[in-house]
Design a binder for this molecule. Structure first.
Ligand SMILES: [Zn+2]
Length: 250
C-alpha cells in the first residue's frame, strides 16, 4: 500500500507535466500505480481522502468483502450511520439503532465483524436516550464507505461506486434489509376490517431513496411514493416478498 506522500509527489509531478515513465524514474513508484492515480477516479478519491486526512491509497480488494454483510452495513450506514475522524487518521463508524430491537443491534455488530474481523464492533447506550450506538474504529472507513463528505447526507450527492454496485447486485435483499432496519418500518394497517402489512421507508436524501427504489425494482417489488419523503410498499404480494427477508423489527 502506497503512502500519502507518494500520492502527493505523483500529483505534483503530474501537475508539472511529467510523463508516467519520468515519474516512475523520479519516484520508484510502479507505472501501473501512477497510471491509476492519473486516471481520474482514483486521483479524485485520493485527493478527497487527503483533504480529510485519510492516509491510505485505497488499494483494497473490495471484491473479497462478504456481499451479504457488506450490503447490510451499507444499508444501515446510509440510513443511520456516520463516520468521523477521531485521532491520527483513525475513523469511527457509528450506527444508531433503537434499543427496542436488540436483534438488529446484534445483526449489525456481526455484519461489521464479518467485514473487519480484526476490529471490535462495540455498542453503548447513552443514558439520556433510548438508542444504542454501534461503533467500530478503522483507518479504512472512508475506503469502505466512500460516501463521507461535508454536510448531511441529504445535502450531498450519494452514489455507489462500481464495486459497491456489484455487491448490491449480489445481495440486494441484504441492502434492502439494512435500509429498512435503519430508516424503515413494518406496520399492520386495518384494511376494511382485515389486517394488512405495510412497509415504509423514509429518508430525506433523494439519492438514498432512489437507491432503495431501484433495488426494489431489481427484485420485482412494486412501491409507491405517498409523500415526498416516504416510499411505501402496500401490495399483498410485495409485502409478502419483503416478509421473506425483512419481517418485523426485533
Ligand atoms: Zn483504506
Amino acid at each position: 500500500m502506497r503512502s500519502l506522500e507518494d500520492f502527493q509527489a505523483v500529483q505534483e509531478l503530474v501537475a508539472l507535466g511529467h510523463s508516467d515513465s519520468e515519474i516512475r524514474r523520479l519516484t520508484d513508484i510502479p507505472r501501473s500505480t501512477i497510471r491509476d492515480w492519473r486516471a481520474g477516479l482514483g486521483a479524485t478519491s485520493n485527493r478527497d481522502r487527503r483533504d480529510c486526512g485519510h492516509n491510505c491509497s485505497g488499494d483494497h480488494d473490495y471484491a473479497m468483502l462478504p456481499s451479504i454483510e457488506y450490503c447490510y452495513v451499507l444499508g444501515m450506514y446510509l440510513g443511520d450511520g456516520y463516520i468521523n475522524r477521531t485521532h491520527r487518521g483513525v475513523w469511527r463508524l457509528r450506527i444508531t439503532c433503537d434499543e427496542r430491537y436488540p436483534e438488529i443491534v446484534s445483526e449489525c455488530r456481526s455484519a461489521l465483524t464479518a467485514i473487519m474481523p480484526n476490529n471490535r464492533a462495540g455498542a453503548w447506550s447513552p443514558s439520556s436516550s433510548r438508542c444504542v450506538i454501534i461503533y467500530m474504529y478503522s483507518r479504512h472507513w472512508p475506503c469502505y464507505l466512500p460516501h463521507h463528505g461535508v454536510g448531511r447526507k441529504h445535502e450531498r450527492r450519494i452514489a455507489l461506486h462500481p464495486w459497491q454496485e456489484a455487491h448490491v447486485a449480489n445481495a440486494p435483499h441484504s441492502f434492502v434489509r439494512g435500509l429498512i432496519h435503519s430508516d424503515g418500518c413494518r406496520t399492520i394497517a386495518n384494511d376494511r376490517g382485515n389486517p394488512s402489512v405495510r412497509y415504509h421507508f423514509s429518508n430525506r436524501s433523494e439519492d438514498i431513496k432512489r437507491l432503495f427504489c431501484s433495488t426494489l425494482d431489481d427484485l420485482g417489488i412494486p412501491w409507491t411514493r405517498p409523500s415526498n419523503r416516504d416510499i411505501a410498499i402496500y401490495r399483498k404480494e410485495a409485502t409478502a416478498r419483503l416478509d421473506e427477508f425483512v419481517g418485523p423489527k426485533k
